[in-house]
Ligand binder design. Structure first.
Ligand SMILES: Nc1ncnc2c1ncn2[C@@H]1O[C@@H]2COP(=O)(O)O[C@H]2[C@H]1O
Length: 257
């Protein structure tokens, strides 16, 4: 399984900051933030599945554009996978004919560009040799993370999505054998710890407290730094990392499972 980081910033600004999205092989996206907009048309048309962590704009911004840009280049609907709560929000507030047309009825309800699939925390979906499982998260809106497992190598990657402290997440993460990569968020530096808590994110000190609950030793990659905050977050994480292998996740990097 190939995991390409299309965007991993908590905001926008210039060529180096794109919001959250990961491309799994050619056909699966995890979130559809602004990082998706760098993909050429032919790559956009190859996306069959989009797994959404939560409804915030920085994670879904490009989904409406994908459908309008390449819907007619495809023979089958693109499937948006999300929990019922997240699906309801996105249908009510995005695909409502006011913000964007409802592509689950276009060009016809019988043969649309978009279809919805409801996922549940703890349940796995198998797509070819990839297994995708929703994990618990704790954010200001209904949210999940994902475990991606390559069923050939049995290696796993966990992406927490946007979450503050979440014991239920660690309970499930600690049951995963062969966890190779753990992508966690730290949106703010420690001086903004109050804002991190209010907006249900992590900062380095909170992230390091969370890592005390982790019982395995994956490579830890940190995502979602707000614009201009990445260097300070990295400095604070380095200072407290101890034996943990922690580094900042980089846009355009490729992880292999
Ligand atoms: N009181 C607040 N609650 C939630 N988000 C806030 C607040 N104040 C500012 N924000 C910002 O709004 C952003 C919405 O997306 P994020 O959750 O990524 O990060 C959030 C913060 O950067």
């Amino acid at each position: 399984m190939r995991v390409e980081i299309l965007g991993c910033s908590g905001g926008i600004g210039g060529n180096t900051m794109r919001t959250t999205s990961m491309l799994i092989d050619q056909d699966i996206l995890i979130d559809a933030g602004t990082g998706v907009s760098d993909l050429p048309l032919v790559a956009l048309a190859a996306i069959d599945h989009v797994f959404i962590t939560h409804s915030h704009l920085d994670h879904i911004a490009c989904l409406p554009f994908i459908l309008d840009s390449v819907g007619d280049m495809r023979n089958t609907p693109l499937t948006m996978h999300a929990t019922q709560a997240t699906q309801d929000i996105i249908r009510r507030h995005i695909f409502n004919w006011q913000i964007w047309p409802d592509f689950s009825e276009i060009p016809s309800p019988e043969n649309p560009f978009l279809r919805f699939n409801t996922i549940e925390v703890g349940k796995s979906l198998r797509i070819g040799h990839r297994s995708i499982t929703a994990l618990p998260a704790n954010h200001t809106v209904p949210a999940v993370g994902y475990q991606l497992e390559d069923l050939r190598s049995h290696a796993s990657l966990v992406f927490s999505g946007d979450t503050t402290s979440c014991d239920a997440l660690w309970k499930m993460v600690n049951e995963i054998p062969n966890l190779r990569y753990l992508i966690l968020e730290a949106a703010f530096p420690d001086k903004l710890r109050e804002l991190a808590m209010m907006s249900k994110h992590l900062c380095p000190s909170l992230l390091l407290e969370e890592l005390e609950k982790l019982q395995s030793d994956p490579e830890i990659l940190v995502t979602h730094a707000k614009p201009g905050q990445s260097d300070q977050i990295e400095k604070e994480l380095r200072a407290g990392a101890g034996q943990r292998r922690i580094k900042m996740l980089a846009m355009e990097s490729v992880l292999t499972l």
